[in-house]
Design a protein around this ligand. Structure first.
Ligand code: ASP
Length: 585
């Protein structure tokens, strides 16, 4: 027997008991006559005491234990004279009578503490050591509980968990596929699923009615803090539902998860159309924890001989309340921020409202006090406020001002990580026109249904009409992060064919890629729709953390590499030969 208790459970009620504990040597404190050891396992830390006077040999062995040695001890629980109120086991300690070294350890390359001295690469290479650290372990345990809660809730709503294949044919969700060569079918490839989209729709045709899966998805995209080449979705689909049914079901799931995991009661989720989100925040995933909404200024800003404004499609600003104290240097920094190539604005105009009510702006040459007062009135500027104004092409300038709004929100401390503002964004456009490729792209994916009222226009309308079609597509946004997205699907073969047609598929291409789905639609496909939540993102947002990597046990780095197992890696020539692949150097 290795242990009678774990390292987190002994209390004063156990005083006098003889116990066996096993764990890792976390810390060793030597006071000459006495040696203290912190013994650690997943459940906590328990203090061990070795006394020179009682047993010099035993105490000597304890002193020699290195960090991360795995040991087993036998001892008696006793009350501590020096209690530690910060530790659950801080009222007791173990007077050790036997010590058994189960395994030695090399000195770890970084400290196994909440705040470690290890850099990213080192921690990823020795991920098993990094995973020993409490905060990292807590994240992975949080993830496990969240998955279990999700299953319990959805099972309670009659959802059936179905596994869909990982070796499939490409599903166009807009990203690049990972491909896998087939040995038995030389020259042919599987693709790893970007999502189980077509399979879950097929499950609806098969009559499963409610499906879910906590499932790995793969997208070969450039990586960012909130992206990994493989990530997990809570993937769901339902039959005989409208958008309203789906929003209600998954608002229910989300509220339940926040309650069970964080003991938070979320209020009903507000809804906003895509158009409104773009107008008010310049983003389809607005962070609604703070205001600073866009105010359009064309009416009051144009016609004063300021070319930048006169030539712009849109002049639009935000009111950073109380920020008139920004120094020249801070304002220059904001200007540089929007001029960065990632944002690409030409410049930024500011207007301060002074304490005496007057205005001071960076465009005083063109606008007098009355002009600026008209802006101030539109933007509800109070003395002490700072107005930030940008101009340009509508879509571009909105995107740029969105970045600035989030940045200033950060600077002013308005993005509180303990506050959660969920929002449904609805009524997305069905199609997006891409100037460069001169093609329509599906805004969500090619299976998304237009709104009922737009179906007729979709079947028969002209090119321009297509740009105005709206879809039954929705995103769940929390604190400016897209947590989930889905749509009501097309379940009619003709409508689906028309959509493929608009997306530039020839009949043959559509048939080759999606013949199975089009075929299934001819055998009694029920109306259906669904949603997928980004599971890793949900974990990170619920914990107020930006990077999803912290919630993945074995994540990849920014180059898409697993540093621990050193993947991707070359394969043997024989493997390539078997697959019929030639490597061109
Ligand atoms: N398959 C979609 C996605 O991965 C979600 C959905 O439409 O249900 O975003």
């Amino acid at each position: 027997m290795y242990r009678t208790h774990n390292c987190g459970e002994l209390r004063t009620t156990h005083i006098g008991q003889e116990v066996l504990l096993s764990g890792w040597m976390n810390k060793n404190r030597d006071f000459g006559g006495m040696t203290f050891i912190d013994l650690r396992d997943r459940y906590g830390i328990t203090q061990l005491v070795f006394n020179m006077d009682d047993d010099a040999d035993l105490c000597g062995s304890a002193r020699k234990l290195g960090r991360e040695f795995v040991i087993q001890i036998k001892g008696t629980v006793r009350e501590r004279s020096n209690k530690n109120p910060n530790m659950p086991t801080g009222d007791i300690e173990i007077e050790v009578s036997e010590l058994n070294i189960l395994n030695a350890s090399k000195t770890p390359p970084f400290t196994i503490e909440d705040d470690t001295d290890g850099g990213d690469d080192l921690r990823m290479t020795y991920r098993y050591l990094d995973l020993r650290r409490k905060p990292v372990q807590n994240n992975i345990i949080f993830r496990s509980k969240l998955a279990i809660e999700t299953r319990t809730y959805l099972a309670g709503q009659d959802f059936v968990e179905v596994e869909t294949p990982v070796l499939i044919k490409s599903t166009p969700e807009g990203a690049r596929d990972f491909v896998v060569p087939s040995r038995m079918n030389k020259g042919l490839f599987y693709a790893l699923p970007q999502s189980p989209q077509t399979f879950k729709q097929i499950l609806m045709v098969a009559g499963f009615d409610k499906y879910f899966q906590i499932v790995k998805c793969f997208r070969d995209e450039d990586l960012r803090a909130d992206r990994q080449p493989e990530f997990t979705q809570i993937d769901c689909e339902m039959s005989f539902v409208t958008q309203e049914d789906i929003l209600n079901t998954f608002e229910g799931l989300t509220k339940n998860l926040f309650k069970s995991m964080l003991n938070l009661d979320l209020p009903d989720f507000p809804r906003m159309t895509y158009d409104e989100a773009m107008e008010r925040y310049g983003s389809d995933k607005p962070d609604t924890r703070f205001g600073m909404e866009f105010v359009e200024l064309n009416e009051v800003a144009k016609g004063k001989d300021f070319v930048v404004f006169d030539s712009a499609e849109l002049v639009v600003g935000i009111n950073a309340e109380g920020a008139a104290t920004y120094t020249r240097k801070q304002l220059d920094a904001l200007t540089n921020f929007v001029k960065r190539p990632q944002i690409g604005a030409k410049g930024l105009i500011y207007v301060r409202r002074n304490e005496d009510g007057s205005y001071k702006s960076s465009v005083d040459k063109f606008f007098n006090q009355d002009d600026l007062a008209a802006w101030g009135e539109k933007m509800n500027a109070k003395p002490g406020d700072l107005l930030l104004v940008m101009a340009g092409e509508t879509e571009k300038v909105r995107k740029q001002l969105n970045e600035l709004r989030l940045h200033v929100g950060d600077e002013l401390g308005l993005r509180d990580r303990t506050q959660f503002n969920p929002l449904w964004v609805v009524d997305f456009p069905l199609l997006e026109w891409d100037e460069e490729s001169e093609r329509f792209h599906a805004m969500h994916h090619p299976f998304t249904s237009p709104k009922k009222k737009d179906m007729e226009r979709m079947m028969n309308g002209d090119h321009e009409t297509m740009k105005s079609l709206r879809a039954d597509a929705y995103d769940l946004v929390i604190n400016g992060v897209e947590i989930g997205g889905g749509s009501i699907r097309i379940h009619d073969r003709d409508l689906q064919s028309r959509n493929f047609d608009l997306l530039g598929f020839t009949k043959e291409e559509a048939e080759a890629q999606f013949g199975f789905l089009l075929g299934a639609f001819e055998y009694g496909a029920p109306p259906h729709g669904g949603i997928a939540f980004g599971f890793d993102r949900l974990c990170s947002v619920m914990n107020g953390v930006d990077t999803i990597r912290d919630f993945i046990a074995f994540p990849k780095n920014n180059q898409g590499r697993d540093m621990m197992i050193d993947a991707p890696s070359p394969v043997h020539q024989e493997q390539l030969d078997e697959l019929g692949l030639d490597l061109v150097e």
